[in-house]
Design a protein around this ligand. Structure first.
Ligand code: G1P
Length: 289
């Protein structure tokens, strides 16, 4: 089986949850620790063996292209690390003509995929640890499209695609149906689609046939349902912490985890957290342990 070397990164979403920040910057450029979120996504792809990325952009996203030029200024470690990352892959860009949904954006990736299976990672979302190695190995075993899912509380299911299916391996389901952003009582399970996928090129045929779905957009979920009905879709249950940086709460929490993990900033973040904890224990808002 050929190795998967191409990743498609949809980054055309409008970022309305992060207004006013996203009036003049792409949400994918929001910093998490010392790097923009798109860099975590590309690093995750490269770690999994990806050597070519196609970033799907749209209006207001030009900063993404500039970011991935080599800078060679090299005046700090992080900047030099980005130049090294850029050397490890080729990055292509295509503009979605209008914001017509994730499924519509992915249609632009057909020539890039060249008839081979490919990875899709959302440009504003990453999981720690990455769910990509699991998705790629499940794809190699089952030879079908694979998607990452995770249990989420019932009240949050309406934000996601939600799957139904039967176990077909440890932490794996053969998907029989998917519902995009289910209303009350419509969710077929509590397993939400996280936004990481390995797709076979058959997805493009389904996307070409897809009609506007939820919110009047072309939904990837509707195209995936075609694969599910043929028994050709496997969901891998991920235990990683997922950060959707377009969401302000998730962005803050990601900054804490990544700020702690960074050798340059970790000490200061830890100190502040300990100080706040002691203060809150003292004023009674936290129980003393
Ligand atoms: C998209 C997908 C949805 C998935 C979600 C993960 O929705 O359509 O199935 O659960 O990403 O973030 P969006 O977040 O673009 O509304």
């Amino acid at each position: 089986m050929t190795r998967i070397t191409r990743a498609v990164i949809p980054a055309a979403g409008l970022g309305t949850r992060f207004l006013p920040m996203t009036r003049s910057m792409p949400k994918e450029m929001l910093p998490v620790g010392r790097k923009p979120v798109i860099q975590y996504v590309i690093e995750e792809a490269v770690e999994a063996g990806i050597t070519e990325c196609l970033i799907i952009t749209g209006r207001g996203k030009r900063a993404l292209e500039d970011y991935f030029d080599r800078s060679d200024i090299g005046d700090n470690d992080e900047n030099a690390r980005l130049d090294k990352l850029i050397d490890r892959l080729d990055i292509y860009f295509v503009r979605q003509k209008a914001p017509r949904g994730l499924g519509d954006a992915l249609r632009y990736a057909e020539p890039f995929a060249s008839g081979e299976p490919f990875v899709v990672l959302l440009g504003d979302t990453f999981t720690r640890p990455s769910c990509l190695p699991t998705l790629i190995s499940a794809h190699a075993r089952h030879r079908v499209s694979t998607i990452a899912v995770q249990p989420v509380p019932e009240v949050l299911l309406s934000r996601y695609g939600v799957v139904a299916g039967a176990p077909c391996g440890p932490d794996e389901l053969r998907v029989s149906d998917l519902v995009e952003k289910p209303g009350p009582g419509e969710a077929p399970s509590n397993l939400a689609v996280l936004g990481a996928y390995v797709l076979t090129p058959a997805i493009f045929t389904a996307l070409a046939r897809a009609r506007p779905g939820r919110n009047g957009e072309i939904q990837l979920t509707d195209a995936l349902r075609v694969a599910a009905k043929e028994g050709r879709l496997v969901a891998c249950i991920s235990a990683g912490r997922r950060y959707d940086i377009g969401d302000p709460v998730s962005w803050l929490l990601a900054n804490i985890e990544l700020g702690l993990a960074d050798s340059e900033t970790g000490g200061a973040v830890r100190e502040l957290l300990e100080e706040l904890r002691t203060e809150r224990s003292r004023d009674g808002s936290l129980p003393v342990q």
